[in-house]
Design a protein around this ligand. Structure first.
Ligand code: 13P
Length: 252
């Protein structure tokens, strides 16, 4: 049985005051002995603030991107070792917003995944299709292909250390969600791809769903066999909504 995992992705939102209020409300609402892993992925300048705020709580700290490079003349980039110094456990790689607005390629996403693993971080590898790709019946080819490029860069023994997030681009921030069945189909396909690399890892890797997951749809999504949690955008900015999703994961 895979332990459920709910991660918030704050994206480029927050400030010192609202971050403090949000983390303190989430901490106050989290059950002491939860059966769900919880994380919050924050903008890089707030890593130190949130590191201190979540210390001693069940909330794991995550970043939203990482450089593929270890160090050097890469202005503006942040290395995996730097994230690890701030006690980051997780880092999102290949979010569709980075693919779309920063031209990140599958190969770069694979290199970032490898860099994260090398520093002991858990990469949350995002994959997802656009609406045009779904309507052209290309979902499995696109999403499976994105994962395959990452898997090709890893040793079989490294696969179990990743988390995968299926985030259909058309569902992100739009209020449109994949139905549980639509998401489950893609998650099962992704697990089959993982199994081609490592049968053992495929049973362990958590595959999160992301894209307008909210308190009112989380329970039915999280009830699906291959949906092991959520990567939450907008709803992670409201403590009550985020906590309600964690609770939905707990009762699944
Ligand atoms: P929303 O939950 O706002 O749709 O965002 C999902 C997402 O992109 C999480 O990474």
């Amino acid at each position: 049985m895979r332990r459920k995992f709910v991660a918030g992705n704050w994206k480029m939102n927050g400030d010192l005051a609202s971050n403090a209020a949000l983390i303190s409300a989430v901490k106050a609402g989290l059950a002491a002995e939860g059966n769900v892993d919880v994380a919050t992925c924050v903008p890089a300048p707030y890593l130190a603030q949130v590191q201190a705020a979540v210390s001693g709580s069940a909330i794991g700290l995550g970043a939203q991107d990482v450089s593929a490079h270890a160090a050097g003349a890469y202005t503006g980039e942040v290395s995996a070792a730097m994230l690890a110094e701030f006690a980051c456990k997780y880092v999102i790689v290949g979010h569709s917003e980075r693919r779309a607005y920063h031209g990140e390629t599958d190969a770069q996403v694979a290199a970032k995944t490898a860099a994260a693993l090398k520093s002991g971080l858990t990469p949350i590898v995002c994959v997802g299709e656009t609406l045009a790709q779904r309507e052209a019946a290309q979902t499995n080819a696109v999403v499976g292909g994105q994962l395959d490029v990452v898997l090709a860069a890893l040793e079989a023994g490294q696969v179990e250390a990743i988390v995968v997030a299926y985030e259909p681009v058309w569902a992100i921030g739009t209020g449109k969600t994949a139905t549980p069945e639509m998401a489950q189909d893609v998650h099962a396909m992704l697990r089959a791809r993982l199994a081609l690399k490592s049968v053992e890892a495929a049973t362990k890797v958590r595959i999160l769903y992301g894209g307008s997951m909210k308190p009112d749809n989380a329970k039915e999504l999280l009830a699906m066999a291959d949906i092991d949690g959520g990567l939450i955008g907008g709803a992670a900015l409201k403590a009550a909504d985020f906590l309600a999703i964690v609770q939905a994961a707990q009762s699944n």
